[in-house]
Structure formats: structure tokens, C-alpha cells
Design a protein around this ligand. Structure first.
Ligand SMILES: [Zn+2]
Length: 187
């Protein structure tokens, strides 16, 4: 009898543990609408909610990492600035960002960005506004006062000339600093 009793207690304890884990999990998902990451780069969770071919290419994780590395160097940051954050690649044309509904990218502690440009199809991660959003993660500066928001020559030199992906296969990956640039906001 004593043995059966202790087995029952053990089972009861296990149920309590499982319930506690469920409560913790639901708290986590209610504070941020971040999906399960598709992969991680260093300590950065990457979520893909896009069908663009470059997000499905086998080199995507490595391309995200090297793009982040170039952006961090440009902004004088380190991987610590991105540790524990997430980057979500959205298939929609724009992402909501605070009170601004039509943004191409957003940094609000995590990064969300569109994988589509209004004028042409992005064929690689380097073409997106990721380099810009990393700037907010490193220096903040929401009103774009820093002169580096209008430069990006060093990032261009480092990332230009890579392979791009289109629905039909390989494409070029021409970069445009205008995608990353932002003049100082008017007050
Ligand atoms: Zn910005």
C-alpha cells in the first residue's frame, strides 16, 4: 500500500509541474506576438513570415548573420545589442510600428520588416531595411538626427555584389542606399 501511495503522489507532482510550464508559456506568448523562431543567429531569434525566395534559400541564415555583422560594424555596435531580440521577416508590404501603420521596418525592442519593396521585388536580405533597423537597436535615435542615417557607404561597399533569388532562380542583388537612408525627422 505504501508503495502505491508514493506512486500516486509522484504522478500528482508531475501534473502540477506540467501545468506550471503551460502557464509560463502562455505568459511569454501574450507579451509579444513573436512566432516560434525558424532559426537563431548568435542570440537573435529569426522568424520568417514570408514566401519571398531569398527567405527560403539555404544560405539565408548565413546571409542574415553577415548582414547583421556589417550593420553592427557600421553603427559601432556589437552582437550584445541584438542578444535576446527577434527579427521577423514579414511577407506583407508594410508592418505596424507604434502609431505608424505603414512602416517598412520597425524596431520596438525587436525588429520586424517587410520583405517586399513597393517598386521592385527584394531578391536578398541585404536589400531590406534590416541595416536601418539595426541602427535603432544600437544607437536608438528615433528621430534620425545622426548623420549616418544619410550615408551607408561603408555598408554598401561590404554587402554589394552578392547573389539574389527570384521565383525563376538566381537574380542580382543590387543594393540601394536610399532604402536604408532616412533624413532627420521634422519637429
Ligand atoms: Zn528609422
Amino acid at each position: 500500500m505504501g508503495r502505491q501511495f508514493s506512486t500516486g503522489r509522484a504522478a500528482g507532482t508531475r501534473i502540477v509541474t506540467v501545468l506550471a510550464a503551460l502557464v509560463i508559456a502562455s505568459c511569454g506568448s501574450s507579451t509579444a506576438s513573436v512566432d516560434e523562431p525558424d532559426f537563431a543567429v548568435r542570440d537573435v531569434a529569426v522568424v520568417i513570415r514570408s514566401e519571398e525566395p531569398f527567405t527560403r534559400a539555404s544560405d539565408f541564415p548565413a546571409r542574415v548573420e553577415s548582414t547583421l555583422d556589417a550593420a553592427l560594424e557600421y553603427w559601432g555596435g556589437s552582437w550584445d545589442h541584438l542578444a535576446g531580440r527577434s527579427i521577423t521577416f514579414e511577407g506583407s508590404q508594410t508592418v505596424a510600428c507604434g502609431t505608424h501603420a505603414g512602416a517598412f521596418g520597425c524596431f520596438d525592442g525587436n525588429i520586424r520588416l517587410t520583405t517586399r519593396d513597393p517598386a521592385f521585388a527584394f531578391s536578398c536580405v541585404e536589400q531590406t531595411v534590416l541595416v536601418h533597423e539595426v541602427g535603432h537597436a544600437v544607437i536608438g535615435d528615433a528621430s534620425h538626427e545622426d548623420p549616418r542615417w544619410m550615408d551607408f557607404g561603408a555598408v554598401m561597399a561590404r554587402l554589394d555584389g552578392r547573389r539574389g533569388y527570384a521565383a525563376e532562380g538566381e537574380a542580382d542583388c543590387r543594393l540601394f542606399v536610399s532604402v536604408w537612408q532616412h533624413p532627420p525627422d521634422r519637429r
